[in-house]
Design a protein around this ligand. Structure first.
Ligand SMILES: [Zn+2]
Length: 395
């Protein structure tokens, strides 16, 4: 990476402006499905900065999304910066800036990251270092589950708010995630006909829903052992896990329902259907063997994803990261499912999650070092310069 450009970007980043932007976003509470006011605030900030802001409704009229297309006018790739403006449903913590850190709801997840990419956009424009291609910024609601169902992101992708690749500043900074597992949450309800009854008065042949639940737990363990053979060097392995089993009222009453809930994770992109079919088959056989009625939900949180190691986004990112920090970020996996998985599956573009080394996501103690936000702004700006400076045809 050209040292002069690195220096130019470093000098152009305005730490105070970045912090002010983050605080202006954090100070507006925005639990998932109620991010309208903070989206308005972000739109206002970007308009005041002189950018042309679009507000696509994208299937969520309560909080139209925010989008900016910054186009250099010369052919090249478009790099998208995407973030969610909603936060998990926890009591609101107002913003605080002390000890070189930002605190408050969404500071880690992920208003700090959004403020960093907004700063990157300003700097790219002001320094005129981005000479080809462009930047697409998108920010939206409906991310955090179980309150949101990601409908706004799906609609944005469907409406073409998609770059040639996307970066997402979630709180992941210790590796470059080139693969990640898909994940589905299952909830199985094992039922029988009839009512609850004292154990000694059970009609003969009454199905044992609790025992069937226990069998299901064992079958999931056996499944997990088989699945552990399906591996990927960075993503890890397939898995099945039971985290909850619920049944029974008192020790000598035969219950009518048992609920078993857990997760199924997979490393191979594009196998959602196979995974679901396999699980449904296991339940069908169990129901037949035990005489119970079994129904289930399988809620897919995201498909597995991979980025090719020779993807131009990886190269651009590593030279940007190296230019900023003098280090190479080791390749690794993404431990969680985020909107990058959706971009990868629905838009077919490379999605790179990289953000500040922030802590406390999904707790009341979110904390992000300001130096990390500055670093993320630098890395995003420099990655864009490396990535966009190629003709779109050569991607
Ligand atoms: Zn997040």
């Amino acid at each position: 990476m050209d040292k002069g450009v690195v220096q130019q970007i470093r000098l152009a980043i305005d730490e105070q402006r970045l912090v002010d932007t983050a605080i202006k976003l954090i100070e507006i509470p925005s639990p998932t499905r109620s991010a309208g006011a903070v989206a308005d605030r972000l739109a206002q900030i970007l308009s005041e900065d002189g950018f042309v802001v679009e507000r696509p409704i994208a299937d969520w009229p309560d909080a139209p999304a925010v989008a900016v297309r910054f186009d250099t006018g010369s052919a090249g790739r478009v790099l998208q910066f995407d973030g969610h403006l909603d936060t998990v449903h926890l009591p609101f913590v107002p913003p605080r800036h002390e000890n070189g850190c930002l605190y408050g709801s969404g500071s880690s997840d992920m208003k700090g990251g959004i403020a960093a990419f907004v700063e990157a956009l300003r700097v790219l424009r002001d320094t005129e270092t981005l000479r080809q291609g462009g930047i697409l910024i998108t920010a939206h609601d409906h991310h955090e589950g179980p309150w949101g169902d990601r409908r706004q992101l799906y609609a944005l992708i469907g409406e073409g708010y998609v770059g040639d690749a996307v970066m997402l500043p979630e709180y992941l900074a210790d590796c470059l995630p080139v693969a990640g597992r898909g994940m589905g949450i299952f909830e199985v309800r094992i039922c029988r006909d009839g009512t609850q009854v004292h154990e000694v008065f059970r009609p003969e042949g009454t199905p044992d829903v609790l025992g069937t639940g226990a069998q299901l737990v064992v079958e999931c363990q056996q499944l997990a052992t088989r699945l552990a053979q399906i591996t990927h060097p960075y993503a890890g392995s397939d898995s099945a896990f039971v985290g909850r089993i619920q049944s029974g009222e008192i020790y000598n009453q035969s219950p009518t329902e048992c609920v078993v809930a857990g997760t199924r994770r997979w490393v191979t992109p594009g196998t959602i259907e196979e995974v679901e079919t396999e699980f449904a088959g296991l339940l069908d056989r169990l129901a037949q063997r035990t005489g119970t009625l079994i129904e289930h939900d399988f809620e897919v949180q995201g498909d597995a994803f991979r980025i090719k190691l020779d993807d131009p986004l990886i190269g651009a990112f590593q030279s940007a990261y190296g230019g900023c920090t003098g280090a190479v970020l080791p390749l690794g996996s993404k431990p969680f499912v985020d909107d990058g998985n959706s971009f990868s599956r629905l838009a077919g573009i490379s999605a790179l999650t990289h953000g500040p080394a922030a802590t406390g996501a999904h707790t009341l103690n979110e904390e992000v070092p300001v130096a990390e936000l500055v670093r993320v702004a630098q890395v995003y700006a420099l990655t864009a310069i490396g990535y966009c400076h190629h003709s779109a045809g050569t991607k």
